[in-house]
Design a protein around this ligand. Structure first.
Ligand code: DX5
Ligand code: ZN
Length: 227
């Protein structure tokens, strides 16, 4: 049963006005955001170049919120230590561009940082079979990574359901995160399918009432219990 579980909302800093990032972080804190999501892009794995470890460590100094670093870079394993030193509480990278996935995941976990794996829309859940029992979380990309503000690719939602079923069958505890096109219209389907953490950039930062947006996302999928 998915209803009434505690959904976390993670804000992707990519959606903020970066000339006023301190204000953006404090808006997240005041609005009930649970996690700050830092989208690291290298201009190779994805078209844009965004933040580095210096940005991440500067953000760490101004917030108590946990930092979740999403590495959209080629050769992610060579950057892991930099982001751990910068203060990442969790780090995810893409299964599509690392060969020694097992080693990379363990190199994150052994430093006491949560380790996650991300799947682009064209990667099936079956690609995870050999590492699914060692991940702390799985991040289902519901857009092709690279930009905020894209429309959700609805066919990706079935992967959330598959992952939810698999963790029950295998008695695993990984969390399911969803990234891309999350908003008040899509959140209910994601939570019903089994998502635990909703990542949002544009729906949160472009909202006239960001705190209300967070509440709506957190309550999506909740069923009214009558009688
Ligand atoms: C996409 C990033 C996302 C993005 C989400 O490549 O990984 O985290 O910022 O943006 P929205 O919520 O606007 O789709
Ligand atoms: Zn992301």
């Amino acid at each position: 049963m998915k209803s009434n579980k505690n959904i976390l909302v993670s804000a992707s800093v990519l959606g903020a006005d970066l000339t006023a990032v301190r204000d953006a972080v404090s808006l997240c804190e005041k609005s009930g955001i649970d996690v700050l999501h830092i989208d690291v892009m290298d201009g190779h794995f994805v078209p844009q170049i965004t933040f580095g470890n210096k940005f991440t460590s500067d953000i760490k100094k101004i917030t108590h919120l946990p930092l979740d670093v999403h590495l959209m870079v080629n050769s992610p394993s060579i950057f892991i230590d930099d982001y751990i030193t910068a203060g990442a509480d969790s780090i995810s990278f893409h299964i599509e561009n690392d060969i020694h996935i097992n080693r990379t995941l363990n190199s994150i976990k052994e430093k006491g940082v949560k380790a996650g794996i991300c799947l682009v829309p064209s990667t099936p859940v079956s690609a995870l079979s050999e590492i699914i029992d060692i991940v702390d979380f799985i991040q289902v990309m519901t857009v092709n990574p690279g930009f905020s503000g894209q429309k959700m690719i609805l066919s990706c939602i079935k992967k959330i359901g598959e992952l939810d079923k698999l963790r029950e069958i295998k008695d695993l505890n990984y969390k399911i995160l969803v990234d891309g096109g999350v908003n008040r219209d899509t959140a209910g389907m994601l939570v019903d399918a089994g998502a635990d953490v909703l990542i949002t950039a544009s729906a949160f930062f472009n909202s006239k009432n960001p705190a209300e947006e967070v509440l709506i996302l957190k309550n999506s999928g909740r069923k009214q219990i009558s009688g």
